[in-house]
Design a protein around this ligand. Structure first.
Ligand code: DX5
Ligand code: ZN
Length: 231
């Protein structure tokens, strides 16, 4: 189980201090949302910000590109210290070369999908990715409500992973709080991006620990259900 606080919800006026806070919180990854004002109606951060934050934090940098032209950004983000770069399946025929490029830069490869896009669009890429990122809100802004219909998408990509014996991570992003994280774990997710629910707490370490406990319990319920079905 991976807990990945999303920097979008941090106090931007104190970015360095916030990143240090995540570093000692017990979280596994730092999720960095990159928005271009075109693919989504908002702007966030660029490679220079990632480069400046890199020495402050030993966590895995999980860079989520919500951008129309990720081609021009892959190398700058890899050089700035990204450990994984995720692009969106909505980019269509450009996805395959993008995934190859990310791999060639030495980063882990992620593929994201927006809520209105059907899961079948992911199927051709399952063997090429380390992670599938399922958006559980429409991307662009933190603090939105989780879209419950996305639970079936989680179940679908988990069923593919089990049936095809693949090992990609299943990450959920958007509206993930203490309640919805457990539902996502129960549906088969194993990687949890959470902004508002974690950064809103004064004690980030306690919040991370609480979310970890809840998702571990959710996953245990899945394992118990499987064992029951197998009997
Ligand atoms: C939304 C971003 C998310 C966002 C999640 O476009 O991709 O990573 O930061 O924030 P919360 O947890 O507040 O929904
Ligand atoms: Zn994100």
């Amino acid at each position: 189980m991976i807990i990945a606080p999303s920097l979008l919800a941090a106090d931007i006026g104190k970015l360095a201090a916030e990143v240090k806070r995540v570093n000692r919180s017990g979280a596994d990854w730092l999720h960095l949302d990159v928005m271009d004002g075109h693919f989504v109606p908002n702007l966030s951060l660029g490679p220079d910000v990632v480069r400046a934050l890199r020495p402050l934090c030993k966590l895995f940098f999980d860079v989520h590109l919500m951008c129309s032209k990720p081609e021009v950004l892959l190398e700058p983000f890899a050089r700035a210290g990204a450990d994984q770069i995720t692009v969106h399946v909505e980019l269509g025929s450009r996805v395959t070369p993008l995934l190859w490029k990310i791999r060639s830069l030495g980063c882990k490869v992620g593929l994201a999908i927006n809520p209105p896009t059907t899961a079948s669009h992911l199927e051709p890429f399952l063997r090429q990715v380390d992670l599938l990122l399922l958006m559980t809100v429409n991307p662009g802004f933190g603090g939105q409500s989780f879209i419950h219909e996305m639970l079936t998408k989680i179940q679908q990509v988990r069923a593919w992973r089990d049936a095809k014996r693949l090992s990609y991570r299943i990450e959920v992003d958007g509206g993930v709080n203490f309640e919805t994280a457990a539902d996502c774990a129960h549906a088969g997710a194993d990687t949890f991006v959470s902004g508002t629910a974690l950064f809103g707490r004064r004690n980030l370490a306690a919040a991370v620990q609480r979310m970890r406990r809840l998702v571990t319990a959710g996953a245990a319920r899945v394992a118990a259900r499987r064992a029951h079905v197998a009997r």
